[in-house]
Design a protein around this ligand. Sequence first.
Ligand code: BES
Ligand code: ZN
Ligand code: ZN
Length: 466
Amino acid sequence: MNIDLVNEIKSDIKVEFLTKDGLKKHNLKKRFKLAGFEASEDTLCFLHEKNILACGVEKKTDDSCRSAVTQAIKTLKSSNYNSASFSVDESNIKGVVEGIILGGYDFDEYKSKPKKTKLKNIYLICKDIKKLQKSFQNAVIVAEATCFSRDIVNTIPHELNPPSFASLAKKLAKNNSLACEILGEKELKKERMGAMLAVGRASVHDSQLIHLAYKPKNAKKVITLVGKGLTYDSGGLSLKPAASMVTMKMDKAGGCAVLGIIKAISELKLDIEVHAFVGAVENMIGGDAYKPDDVVTTRSGTTVEVRNTDAEGRLVLCDVLDYAQDKVKADYIFDFATLTGACMVALGQYTTGVMGHSSKLKHDFVMKAANDSGELLGHLPFNKHLKKLLKSEIADISNVASKPYGGAITAGMFLDNFIKEQNKEKWLHFDIAGSAYTETPWDCNVYGATGAGVRFMCSFLNSIEV
Ligand code: BES
Ligand code: ZN
Ligand code: ZN
């Protein structure tokens, strides 16, 4: 599908956004009435003989248009039209592009007969191409990076394992001229990453630490991104119930998000140095598996009592966070992880949980920038009482809290033990357990991976560049 920004063009069908007020004034309002169309949000009405597809929207904003275009594009892709056009201006161009690319996303890698669409050309019609060109290009870059991230998450765990994840990262580094360093198990042992290595021990695949870097000449800021890259989470010996194991290929979504973000930033050519670290590990069972009752020594020297092998993400992240802080002196450190089911219980499936010490960074910067990105963020506050629940009788801390309530926060507070004093105010943790994957479509998210994290982080990085 090609998308072009144009002044005027004839297409097979023209998509019109209609508010309830707009419908009242429309010259075809009688026909719409006959069709029962009331311009309610997310409803569509075809007037084939007029070459019009009307989409109901509350307002002509990015937010309304993103979900309206998602509905429209799905319908158009299964029609026999070859081309379609949408009118855009400054208030909706981003939403329209996201609706087309993200809402029109299909992952048919494993279908023997993928559905074909006749829809080849999409035209975005505007008055002033020059004025909108940059917003158009930026929206395309970010949406495509989101799809890149979705593709990796959606790839089955038999194909996407820690070494193939590392190869894919190498390929991205080559294509986008990024620096790339991969640490295999030999190097991880040298780094004394006892927690990360323990999680991957029962896997037939070697664990990998991926480090990509985008270093523009005039960088004004340095950002470290860390992603949980569990290519499969069976739960380990604390095995997940059968039904909960399905979808656990998504446990690499944090790692995929940070690759998507560095891809986008390097294509947007922002003057920000970005480092992406991924802990790529598979959590399996076997004679060699790490066990509940084990004590692991992390890279930082802190010892951790393993009471549940399914709380493996924090064991991988604590070592990668420690390594990343030693490697790069960053202005901000952000980690992305499908860390806890509890985050979904707290905030719902659609919202990413944000945790950290700096309310300024959380609220004034990140959540503000995220506001217009189309992603939902909700904050979960740390407190000293929950912190105490991570106490261990035999090691420095336990990998699970002694009470289940506030599970997303206690997981975040576990990670906090590995954030160095000088970095406390620079760090935020994003729990994307709910937002990274969906089995029911919502907004511009179709079945499967959503690419959570990519859009809001790009929005934030864009906002601090100037
Ligand atoms: N990968 C899971 C978290 C998860 C659950 C992500 C559902 C997406 C959907 C994580 O490794 C995990 O299993 N966490 C446990 C922690 C518990 C043992 C303290 C959980 O949430 O149950
Ligand atoms: Zn787990
Ligand atoms: Zn996990």
